[in-house]
Ligand binder design. Sequence first.
Ligand code: CP
Ligand code: NVA
Length: 286
Amino acid sequence: MRDLLTLHEIGAEGVAEILALSESADLGAPLAGKGVALVFEKPSARTRNSMEMAVRQLGGHPIYIQKDEVGIDTRETAEDVARTLACYHSVIAARVMDHDHLTRMAAAADTPVLNMLSDTDHPLQGLADLLTIKQLVGRVEGARVAYVGDGNNNVAKSLAEGCALAGAELVIASPEEFQLADPPTGVRQVVSPAEAVVGAQVVYTDVWVSMGQAEETARRNAALAPYQVDEALMALSDDAWFLHCLPARRGEEVEAAVIDGPRSGVWRQAENRMHTARGALAWMVG
Ligand code: CP
Ligand code: NVA
C-alpha cells in the first residue's frame, strides 16, 4: 500500500513501474469489492472521469465527494476526514487547495492517499504526460521537451519531476517571477521561449491562471502574454508535438491553430489520463 502525492516521492522506480502498469492490457481486478473515495475541492472533467472509469475497470467502486460534503479543515479536520474515509475505502484520492491537507491525510490514515491535483503538484497529469511523450516521440529517455509559460505551477512541477526521473531533457521558459522554485537537477530554466523551443520534440503549455488564482488574472495575463505558443514559435522546434494538460484557453496560452492543428497530441494525452490512472491505482494497492 503506497501513497502517491508527488512524483519526486515515488522516485524513478515508482514512475517506471506505474508507466509499465499503465501500458498493460490486463491488470485484473485488484479493487474487486473495494471503494475509492474521490474528494474534489476544485472542478474537474478529465481527472474525475478518468479516475471513476479506472476504478471501475479495476473492479472497484468510486464515490464522488464534493468539497462541502466533507469540508476538509472546515467541517472536520483533514485527519478526521482521512480516518473516516479509511473506514469505507481502500484508496483516498483528493483534489485540494492546499497540498498540506494531503500530507496530513496521508499521515493520519493507513489507507493510501492519491493526489488528484494540489496547488503544488499534479502527479497523475505528469504520468500521462510521460506516457504520451513515449508514444509520440518513441521514447522518454533523451526526449527533448520545452515547457513555455507559467513555470511555477502544479503541472510544470510534476512534468519537471517526471522528466528528471525518466531522463527526458526539459527546458522551461517563463518570466523570472514565474520560474519553478527548486527545479529538479537537470531541468534547465530560461526566460526566452525561442531558446527553449529550438530543437524541441515536444512543446507543452498550461493556463496562465490556475484554479484559485483568479485575483491575479490581470498581472499574470500581462506578464505571460509574450509566452503564447503560436505557429511562429512552433516553427522553431524540431516539428514538435504540442501538449497541454487541458482545460485550455485558446488565444491566451495557445493559439487555436496550434492546439487544433495536425501536431497537437492533446486528445491522446487526455485519453492517457485513464490508462495512467489505472496504472497508478494498481501500483498503490499492490
Ligand atoms: N488536466 C486535468 O487535470 O483536467 P481536469 O481539471 O478537468 O481534471
Ligand atoms: N494548472 C492548472 C491545471 C488544471 C488541470 C490549475 O491548477 O488550474
